[in-house]
Design a protein around this ligand. Sequence first.
Ligand code: 4AD
Ligand code: MG
Length: 470
Amino acid sequence: MSENKSEKMSVANARKAEAIGREVLLQGWVRTRRDSKAGFSFIELNDGSSMGGIQIIADKDLENYESEIKRLTAGCSISVVGLVKESPGKGQATEVQAKSVTLHGTADSETYPLQKKRHSFEFLRTIAHLRPRTNSFGAVARVRNCACRSIHNFFQEEGFLYVHTPIITASDCEGAGEMFQVTTLDLNEVPKVPDTGTVDFSKDFFDRPSYLTVSGQLEGEIYASALGKVYTFGPTFRAENSNTSRHLAEFWMVEPEAAFFDLYDNMDLAERFLKRIFRDAMEQCHEDMEFFNLRIDKTILETLTKIVDSEFVRLPYTEAVEILTGSGRQFEFPVTWGCDLQAEHERFLTEEHFKCPVILYDYPRTIKPFYMRVNDDEKTVRAMDVLVPKVGEIIGGSQREERLDILKSRMAEQNLDTENYWWYIDLRRYGSVPHSGFGLGLERAVQFMTGMTNIRDVIPFPRTPGSADF
Ligand code: 4AD
Ligand code: MG
């Protein structure tokens, strides 16, 4: 194929009117083939560059017409050299008159699982190696990619520096004890400390217990305390036994952290940030977003457009509790001041009461991690959660406790060993400043933008309790 003079082109580009008149090389996978009585075949070719494929017309006088082209089935991989023409058909600008069709790989229609019909998402999860070839998963992959590009563009344009925080760590940022342990010890013969009978971690790889990170925040604070505005964006891990449509054991989180930043700066940043990624998806993944609007959630484009053009509600936790208790609604988990809000409460506020994103802030200190700044009332901390309809919490963040003595007492309150966090405490000892940050769960964001109901369907290879296939 290297001596072929035809211009290699993506299906996405060949579908544009500008391509008319060009001889191109297209390569991808057959979605459908139908034969006309007049003696030619229509092949719908898709290469993943766009939701829609391109129609290839293959005449019977092509030399492999009977032997190969007429036997093409869904999933076959082919190269097509042909001329891009204006299409007489509706809904497409162009089509391609094939000069040659080269078959690379067949896909036996007796066994190939992706036939032209709708498959359930549950079924598609069992074939995660083939599901990216479907319209839905192709669209999710492109929207997810677009969100990642927007995340970097947004923070770079806002002057944030991208830092890489570690994946293996010895500290539990959220203090929730939901960490996966990392070890090279032989679990069948774990070395023990003779006197105490506890595991001898001096024999382990890192000389101490170590884990997969639940958040890059604490290390993000180190860099913010020197470079001002930073963000980290990477995989995070939670060994929480939550089998819900919104929880993964491995998910991607973007975490900005900024010095000289208070909670209101943090809210402004979060709101600008979310609006930017939603707007970019609608502009840059237009066709995919239309697909989600048609097939997955008929309100998604309207919802996103409204969000981009309006202001988020900002509400202290205490007022949220008043709204919830005064709502007359029977919740499965009754609400009292001091309780952690459940998904049903968050959804009531954002879906029914305000019908827009809500930034809840100033939560009770007892339900939030040690690093959040204690308010003057001493009962609440400068926490904020951004809630959106259907998904609930999409962002969690706070202003951080920058006062040494209060941080230490908060750690004691939560039974944390200050020795393990000596470097974190040092940041308050040397040049401490007010600072804030937050974490956005990438999958929750993609879930919200696409209307996909299960978080397992917005990450290529979901890890959930009892499941790490593919
Ligand atoms: O609210 P979280 O636990 O906050 C933190 O980890 C902070 N250290 C972030 C920071 O301030 N830098 O998690 C942040 C977000 C949640 O709002 C949610 O979107 C997502 O991460 N998240 C999950 N997404 C999928 N599966 C899970 N198990 C998740 N847990 C949290
Ligand atoms: Mg949270």
